[in-house]
Design a protein around this ligand. Sequence first.
Ligand code: A2H
Length: 256
Amino acid sequence: EAVGPQDYTGIKMKVLEWSKAAQDALASSADALKGKTVYLVAATLRPETMYGQTNCFVGPDLKYGIYQVNDNEAYLCTERAARNMSQQKLFASTQIIKLADIKGAPIVGTKIHAPMSVYPAVYVLPMETVLATKGTGVVTSVPSDSPDDFATLSDLKKKPEYYHIEPEWVNGFEPIPIIDTPNYGNLIAPKLCEIKKINSQKDKNQLAEAKEIAYKEAFYQGVMCHGEFTGVKVQDAKPKVREFLLKSGEAFVYNE
Ligand code: A2H
């Protein structure tokens, strides 16, 4: 767990098509949302992995809001995150303007664009362990490099009906090699899940161990094997990929 202040990258995941359930849930807010592009905002510490995004996660039981950024844009996140964003002057207005309320469950199935991802469009999926008290409550998913993301996506692929998702929201979205590591190869999260015999997102202790190893191994020994920074050490590529995302307007600095 992080103690001091965290310097996150806020990834703007543009809504391409709301799920049927989200359309119903947002029907009464149609006027407020009219003319606004909505982005799900995911807080990440690993911007260099964004090429490998396969989906994004929301907590099905969490409450989210859609907050006005300016005349054209709105962000979907928790209220807690919106307050932080407002304090960090990320909104044009000094007041917080909430355009809509929505729970996590109906957002699932929404089609979004994940910046830099190999997959041009990905889906919003449910993850039980998303914390309301961290980041934006939206987690972008990189199953190649995050054991939590790999374990959860694997659960969803095994039992789509149990999780109330359509198979096409997960099928075909495979982990992509982004970072090569000396000890665990170029798909470190699947490898660690195999070594630690992680069978589901509920295997908390093994996942915590896997997460720790994955983070250190990639940061200190990892080398990019995808994209324009191929061959560059992760330590050096991380700020460069982040800068690219910030400059392109597809991400912003978010602290908490
Ligand atoms: B990371 P820290 Cl590839 N609930 O991004 C649960 N997890 C959350 C969250 C929330 N509300 N908000 C953010 N996170 C995740 C990428 C990634 C991340 C990779 C590998 C490891 C990793 C893709 N998912 O995190 O407690 C986000 O997932 C492991 C540390 O503030 C974010 O970065 O240190 C990370 O946890 C922030 O966790």
